[in-house]
Write a protein that binds this ligand. Structure first.
Ligand code: PEP
Length: 247
């Protein structure tokens, strides 16, 4: 099964209107890529991304959404609002949100469900901490995180994108070896196969200190279908090089 690869930039809480304009312009001008490409700016910059990227094949998305439809949830942004801004994707369950905002597996699953209900594809992040890896819990942690999502989404589970992001590799410069990453991706694929008829068509991205010089070896693995890119997505030359490495 050949799956088209996907590279997604997670800009986190970085950028400014002029810096973003330059970044988006550089990415748009580097097209075409032989893979799908998306960027996830902070919420206030979504409309700028929508305007700049309209008419290109580059998609945009958000870094989080509420599990709620609407209401008195100060500071939250609903999936319906993201859909209004043309978001194709929303990242849910990023380890920074799990760790700093106490997001549970169930909340992450509910956010994924809210996104799908509005036609926005959730990119569901799973991954183990260093302590969990060192104590041999990697497989059980990622399986538990994904199983709550599968159970909550039921027959819609095949509609998500999964991102395996070992917490110890995010923003640290440490990267899982292609073999380490492939082994977790194969495990996640097997779990998806047991739950979703389209599991072989589903994308499982790798994230964690992906750079131009390690992208090709990671993305060459059979179950790694692209990447979720943090730091390197803020530098146009690096992000473009990663997109090209995938193709
Ligand atoms: C991320 O935050 O999703 C990420 C993968 O970050 P980095 O590429 O900087 O490790």
């Amino acid at each position: 099964m050949t799956r088209r690869k996907l590279v997604v930039g997670n800009w986190k809480m970085h950028g400014s209107r002029p810096a973003n304009a330059a970044l988006l312009d550089a990415i748009a001008h580097a097209r075409p890529f032989g893979c799908d490409v998306a960027v996830c700016p902070p919420f206030p910059f979504l409309s700028d991304a929508a305007v700049t990227l309209a008419g290109t094949d580059i998609r945009w998305g958000a870094q989080d959404c509420s599990a709620h439809e609407q209401g008195a949830f100060t500071g939250e942004v609903s999936a319906a609002m993201l859909a209004e801004f043309g978001c194709r994707y929303v990242i849910v369950g990023h380890s920074e949100r799990r760790a700093m905002h106490g997001e549970s597996d169930q909340l992450v699953a509910d956010k994924a469900k809210a996104a799908l209900a509005r036609g926005v594809t959730p990119i569901v992040c799973v991954g183990e901490t260093l302590a969990q890896r060192e104590s041999g819990q990697t497989d059980s942690v990622v399986k538990r995180q994904l199983s709550v999502v599968i159970h909550t989404l039921a027959h819609c589970a095949g509609e998500i994108v999964v991102a395996y992001e070992p917490v110890w590799a995010i923003g640290t410069g440490l990267t899982a070896t292609p073999e380490q990453a492939q082994s977790v991706h194969a495990l996640l694929r097997a779990q998806l196969r047991a739950a979703a008829a389209r599991a072989d068509e589903m994308k499982i991205l790798y994230g964690g200190s992906v750079k131009p010089d390690n992208a090709a070896s990671l993305f060459g693995q059979p179950d790694i279908d692209g990447g979720l890119i943090g730091g390197a997505s803020l530098k146009a030359a690096d992000f473009v090089a990663i997109c090209r490495a995938v193709s």
